[in-house]
Design a protein around this ligand. Structure first.
Ligand code: HEC
Ligand code: HEC
Ligand code: HEC
Ligand code: HEC
Ligand code: HEC
Ligand code: HEC
Ligand code: HEC
Ligand code: HEC
Length: 476
């Protein structure tokens, strides 16, 4: 699948610096290459001249996404804990060890730091084996070790054996969105497999004809997402050349007439900025009937499906902070900046119900909580089995009530509330959206309605039901 954007004249001109898939006349910018391994200098070097951005980024989640398994990085409890046939301990040399059945794995890397930490390791009985993703993660919100099906809805508990020898090589999947490496590798990978929804989709490499599914880890610029994941290789810039957000140089395409593009222009272009973030924020996800992703990491694809022309990720997020929680005020300011005439009459709603509640509903499964959809929408479509923004709060109302409140025609005469309909859904995702919404609500009897889902057939539904019950327990 490709991003649903129409490539604007702007990006077409910028991208013409390369031999594009559309087969445009290849031309190059006068700027030197910024995509080969030799073009990358690492964040500390940028920081010599840009200390403010370095300081912000150093505290960001992007920096910590992938790390070596040092004491600073590891947040899981390895003090000789056991869960089923798994054990979490340290060896005599102090290394972190995850033992699955009888096989110990030396932990080499961490993935994530905030909502969940996963681990990469090497079998101690066969150190020649490559680094694999390990099947247990540390879930801070539960303060516990859990196996993958508890947090990963792609997995079926019935067929996934967490004690079997892990075979998923880390380098074929995870670092592509969690670390920084030369952009040529991303282009090359796109040649053997339809991956990438970011800028890479517009390029083909002439120098690296054969792509690889595996990240060449030894070429990694940084472990974690640093400046050049977004700004691309900055060696020439550090020596005085202009910096760019788009690929430059003769590695892609053949030399030709220079293309005029500047950073100032690129940062204003939504296709370029969102295409930068879409390198990674474009995870696969099942979708709701309105098109929204059901799972997070798909923010760029959702935003591209929104009606808001010209909107950029950086209208609501500072890319150097990469911190989303608490950004509501910033986002609301962005809505009202572009929709200034919309002195929104909240109707019967208290001011605490915001633009985001109705237009970016909280029905996307995040790492340890439900998060807002990035598919900005109007909640006019009230289909019984499909979540809609209004009913996320008005769970105790029927579809007919909701349609009437939206001034929509209704022939529904069902007396079952929307919340109860969703709880009865055959889709675990829909059940869980309702469970989480009850967890946030003050609806009397919510606890009794959702408690039975602690026995739901799907492991992740049971786990998140626990979180929803915690939410209710915290209410006065
Ligand atoms: C030797 C000093 C130096 C280093 C090292 C350096 N920069 Fe710069 N950078 C500058 C100066 C000076 C400017 C402002 C003048 C200009 O636009 O080129 C600038 C401007 C920028 C801009 C804004 C460009 C614009 O047109 O507004 C970005 C983005 C940037 N640098 C990113 C980086 C990144 C990323 C790195 C590391 C890969 C880096 N810089 C390394 C000196 C440096
Ligand atoms: C298509 C890009 C992509 C790939 C491939 C990918 N991830 Fe992620 N991952 C993301 C994004 C984006 C986020 C941030 C989620 C969000 O906040 O929406 C994330 C978040 C995470 C987190 C949560 C981090 C935290 O601090 O809470 C973990 C854990 C994680 N990924 C594990 C993995 C593992 C393991 C793999 C390889 C099997 C992997 N990811 C592959 C894009 C990706
Ligand atoms: C997640 C992507 C991303 C990362 C990581 C990132 N930047 Fe940026 N940076 C951007 C984008 C996008 C802009 C343009 C922002 C805008 O227009 O609002 C920008 C703008 C800038 C600017 C112009 C001044 C400003 O703050 O707007 C400088 C300088 C800069 N970045 C340097 C850096 C340095 C140095 C690092 C690493 C320490 C870094 N950036 C990391 C995406 C990133
Ligand atoms: C190289 C891949 C990559 C690129 C490029 C990238 N991101 Fe991220 N981003 C991630 C991953 C992975 C995480 C998860 C970090 C975590 O939760 O520990 C993340 C986290 C974030 C978060 C914080 C999420 C949270 O849970 O609080 C925001 C906001 C964000 N990114 C915005 C952006 C924006 C805006 C851009 C483009 C300017 C961008 N990212 C570019 C991979 C990337
Ligand atoms: C960069 C500017 C920009 C930002 C920021 C922005 N929008 Fe929009 N939005 C637009 C444009 C342009 C349209 C298309 C208007 C049209 O077609 O008449 C639009 C369309 C919409 C529509 C659909 C209108 C319809 O008739 O279907 C809704 C709803 C909407 N925006 C809500 C929001 C909300 C809520 C926010 C904040 C979360 C937001 N927008 C942020 C520019 C923006
Ligand atoms: C209580 C829910 C709710 C809240 C809060 C809300 N909206 Fe809406 N909005 C709707 C509904 C429903 C519609 C479609 C029906 C209509 O046009 O009245 C709509 C329509 C829109 C439209 C497209 C039609 C138009 O009037 O231009 C835009 C743009 C929009 N909203 C933006 C916003 C912004 C910006 C905010 C915050 C300042 C906001 N909305 C707050 C429910 C809400
Ligand atoms: C109209 C404002 C707006 C725009 C534009 C926007 N975001 Fe967000 N984003 C938000 C808000 C608000 C949140 C907090 C959501 C929540 O509290 O659940 C958020 C949360 C996130 C998260 C954290 C999700 C999680 O699972 O915790 C990531 C990652 C993210 N945004 C990335 C992006 C990227 C990448 C883009 C561009 C493709 C983008 N955002 C564009 C408003 C926006
Ligand atoms: C974030 C939660 C939230 C969302 C989203 C929301 N509402 Fe409300 N709504 C409330 C609250 C709180 C009140 C005022 C207290 C009350 O009476 O329940 C209210 C009151 C109302 C009322 C009048 C009081 C009543 O019960 O008759 C109507 C009608 C209504 N909302 C319709 C809607 C519609 C239609 C939407 C979707 C466009 C919507 N609401 C979205 C929370 C929400």
């Amino acid at each position: 699948m490709r991003l649903g954007l129409t490539i604007s004249v702007g990006i077409a001109a910028i991208v013409a610096g390369c031999e594009s898939r559309a087969g445009q006349q290849p031309t190059i910018d006068a700027s030197p290459s910024n995509i080969t391994a030799a073009d990358y200098i690492g964040p500390e070097a940028c920081g010599d001249c840009h200390p403010d951005q370095l300081a912000l980024w150093s505290r960001s989640l992007h920096r910590k996404m992938n790390q070596r398994a040092t004491d600073d990085a590891v947040i899981g409890d390895f003090a000789d804990r056991a869960v089923g046939e798994a054990r979490f301990s340290r060896d005599a040399a102090g290394a972190y060890v995850m033992t699955l059945g009888t096989t110990p794995y030396r932990v080499t890397r961490t993935i994530g730091s905030r909502g969940l930490q996963e681990y990469v390791g090497v079998a101690a009985d066969d150190p020649t084996q490559e680094e694999v993703r390990l099947p247990f993660g540390w879930w801070p919100r539960k303060h516990a070790w859990v196996s993958q099906p508890n947090f990963d809805p792609w997995l079926d508990e019935a067929t996934f054996d967490p004690y079997a020898r892990p075979t998923d090589p880390w380098a074929t999947r995870c670092p592509w969105c969690h670390s920084t490496y030369p952009f040529v590798q991303r282009i090359a990978r796109g040649q053997i497999r339809a991956v990438g929804h970011g800028l890479e989709q517009f390029f083909t490499s002439t120098k690296r004809a054969v792509g690889s599914e595996r990240l060449a880890v030894e070429d990694q610029v940084t472990t974690g997402i640093s400046c050049e994941s977004c700004h691309l290789g900055g060696r020439a810039h550090a020596a005085g050349a202009p910096i760019h957000l788009v690929p430059m140089g003769d590695v892609v395409g053949k030399p030709g007439a220079p293309v005029a593009t500047t950073f100032a222009r690129e940062r204003r272009d939504p296709d370029v900025v969102n295409g930068t973030c879409a390198q990674c924020h474009s995870g696969p996800s099942p979708r709701l009937p309105d098109g929204s992703a059901l799972r997070n990491s798909s923010e760029a694809l959702d935003l591209a499906g929104s009606p808001c022309r010209g909107i950029r990720c950086v209208d609501c997020h500072d890319p150097h902070r990469a911190e989303a929680r608490g950004d509501d005020a910033h986002a609301i300011a962005a809505c009202t900046k572009c929709h200034p005439t919309l002195a929104r009459d909240h109707g019967q709603h208290p001011a605490a119900v915001t633009c985001l509640d109705c237009h970016m509903p909280r029905y996307v499964l995040g790492i340890d909580t439900f998060v807002r959809s990035h598919r900005i929408s109007t909640p006019m479509q009230v289909i019984a089995d499909a979540p809609n923004a209004c009913s996320l709060c008005h769970l105790d109302r029927t579809p007919a009530w909701t349609l009437a409140a939206l001034h929509q025609p209704t022939s529904a005469d069902d007396s079952t509330t929307m919340g109860q309909r969703w709880l009865a859904s055959p889709s675990p995702a829909i059940r869980l959206i309702a469970i989480a919404a009850y967890g946030r609500s003050t609806i009397p009897g919510a606890r009794a309605l959702i408690a039975p889902f602690l026995h739901d057939p799907a492991a992740y539904v049971r786990a998140f039901t626990g979180f929803a019950l915690d939410d209710l327990a915290r209410k006065p």
